[in-house]
Design a binder for this molecule. Structure first.
Ligand code: XMP
Ligand code: MG
Length: 173
């Protein structure tokens, strides 16, 4: 049986999301912002984050990627399944991603979005797993730093399960 160990409960998540929302609200004051969420993993985080932003001009869109890795590891082979639809040329763009791990996914996203000439491009991640980085990419906004293990819950899945859990857990298979 898979074993779930609590990592962050709902209160801890809310505190971290609040803090990052404060930073983003302060950095993008008076700016038009386009937030692009990476499906599916970021959908719960993004729903909470955008409702905590103290900004009046926020547009929201989504992009969906597939990676050819195993269930618990991504790979350098990333494919675009669904592109965003809003025009981002000349706009401030913030990518919202669930987990930054090897960095392959974020490197792909940055290159892909840069081609549309945004005015600025930054990244906000729920979890930054710094120990396994393979590509030199960073997120400007990080809710939580984790060093090891596979995380599920709060939108994060293992084989499409556990996304509905309100907290974040370490999954031992
Ligand atoms: P890379 O290695 O490309 O990985 O930076 C980022 C993508 O891999 C997925 N990922 C996880 N998904 N629990 C998950 O549910 C995890 O612990 C985990 N680690 C990596 C994630 O979807 C992210 O987009
Ligand atoms: Mg995933």
């Amino acid at each position: 049986m898979p074993e779930l160990t609590p990592v962050l409960d709902t209160d801890a998540i809310a505190r971290k999301v609040d803090e990052v929302a404060r930073q983003i609200s302060s950095d993008y004051r008076n700016a038009d912002l386009v937030i692009i969420g990476v499906l599916k993993g970021a959908f719960v985080f993004m729903a909470d984050l955008i409702r905590r932003l103290d900004l009046s001009h926020v547009a929201v869109d989504f992009i969906r990627l597939a990676s050819y890795g195993s269930q618990s590891n991504s790979s350098g082979h990333i494919r675009l399944l669904k592109n965003f639809e809003i025009d981002i040329e000349g706009k401030h763009v913030l990518i919202v991603e669930d987990i930054l791990d090897t960095g392959w996914t974020l490197a792909f996203l940055k290159q892909h979005l840069s081609a549309y000439s945004p005015r600025s491009l930054k990244t906000c991640v729920l979890v930054d797993k710094r120990e396994r980085r393979k590509v030199d990419v960073q997120a400007e906004y990080v809710c939580h730093v984790a060093n090891e293990g596979f995380l599920v819950g709060y939108g994060l899945d293992y084989d499409e399960n556990y996304r509905n859990l309100p907290g974040i857990f370490n999954l031992k298979l």
